[in-house]
Design a binder for this molecule. Structure first.
Ligand code: BGC
Length: 368
């Protein structure tokens, strides 16, 4: 019903293909879905456990933008324990209750096949949000920031920070990635390695532990404690003598702060540490030089993009999406996506980067 026309050859070339929206003929037509998401109906939003501040902010962002768009919001978080079954039950519940579209930020993107199939059978559009849903054809759209780009920005920030703060290389570094059950985590890491691998190959960067594979550097559950423990162990095994640790690739702010905690506890000088999410706890650290960088992915904008998509579908129109295999291939298909642009933030551009966000802007100004 709402299938996109997919241009296979272009997908193979890993290029972004913009699909132009179809003509107005779909509006009001019997195959348009025009009546499937009536105004005033309830939209389900299934969010993962609150492993970082962006998820905490997401609930209010969806509630307010869905309300403004004329829909009711049914927002649910997966519990902190028993997380995957909890989210599976919540999504099944949304289907049974008759929510008219379901937006999902997956706890484990590989374990929702049954639930999205159920939604599909009931004619309910499924939108993966921020994290893709993998191994199924039953995900209709994906709304997210360009995750590969996030990784590239993190890799470049690590190089820039090293050059700026640690003199001339070669530099000793360690690498961290996110949780293996989050489809974003390998994409962030691959984006970073796209920038860092050539510098490892030419000797500019030395990963002293030798741990450079995603499976060696990932952080189960995106949990701060796991990153802190790994960093402490790495310091003990590889940096006990005079070997200096110059920098650490961290995939987000929560883990970045955990890494910094481990180096501090070990009495080591501050390494250059990257991040992501522009968490309120990290901005003061960026402004005082403790954490080098973060990424700004405005949660309100990301939620609004998903709600705009629902509005488009409710009118029976076809949304404008891109096919971007590098970012959005889910193992079965490249999910038609709405891709937003992430922004790298350091002390130098923080005030400007956060100028549309009073809370973050104030924190940046306070630390100037
Ligand atoms: C999100 C990040 C977040 C991480 C941990 C990822 O899927 O894209 O913004 O830091 O999950 O919660």
């Amino acid at each position: 019903m709402k299938k996109q026309l997919i241009v296979g050859a272009a997908v193979a070339a890993l290029t972004v293909v913009t699909l132009t929206s179809c003509s107005g003929t779909a509006r009001g037509g019997s195959d348009s879905g025009a009546t499937s998401i009536p105004k005033g109906s309830t939209i389900g939003v299934a969010l993962p456990a609150k492993t970082s501040q962006n998820w905490v902010l997401a609930k209010a962002a969806f509630e307010s933008s869905l309300k403004k768009a004329g829909f009711k919001a049914d927002v649910q978080y997966a519990a902190a324990t028993n997380t995957v079954p909890d989210q599976q039950n919540q999504i099944s519940g949304m289907v049974t209750k008759g929510d008219k579209a379901i937006i999902i930020a997956a706890q484990d993107g590989s374990q929702l096949g049954t639930q999205v199939k159920q939604a599909k059978a009931a004619g309910i559009p499924v939108i993966a949000w921020d994290r893709n849903i993998t191994g199924t054809k039953n995900v209709d759209y994906y709304v997210a920031f360009n995750n590969f780009k996030v990784g590239q920005l993190q890799g470049q920030a690590l190089l820039d920070g090293l050059k700026k703060l640690k003199g001339n290389g070669p530099y000793n570094v360690e690498l961290f990635a996110g949780s293996p059950d989050d489809a974003n985590a390998p994409v962030f890491f691959n984006g970073a390695m796209d920038v860092l691998q050539p510098k490892i190959d030419d000797g500019t960067l030395k990963v002293v532990s030798g741990q450079t594979k995603f499976t060696q550097v990932s952080t189960q559950g995106w949990l701060a404690q796991n990153a802190q423990t790994r960093m402490s162990n790495l310091l003990q095994s590889n940096y006990s003598g005079s070997t200096k640790l110059d920098g650490v690739l961290s995939p987000n702010d929560t883990l970045g702060r955990a890494i910094l905690q481990a180096t501090k506890s070990a009495g080591k000088p501050n390494p250059v540490v990257t991040g992501q999410d522009s968490e309120t706890a990290s901005i003061p650290l960026i402004m005082n030089g403790t954490q080098y960088s973060t990424i700004y992915k405005n949660t309100d904008v990301e939620a609004q993009a998903a709600v705009d998509l629902v509005t488009t579908l409710s009118k029976g129109d076809k949304p404008k999406t891109v096919l971007d295999k590098k970012n959005n291939y889910n193992g079965v298909k490249t999910v038609p996506a709405i891709e937003l642009t992430p922004v790298l933030v350091t002390k130098d551009n923080a005030v400007k980067a956060y100028s549309n966000n009073p809370t973050l802007e104030a924190l940046a100004k306070a630390g100037q």
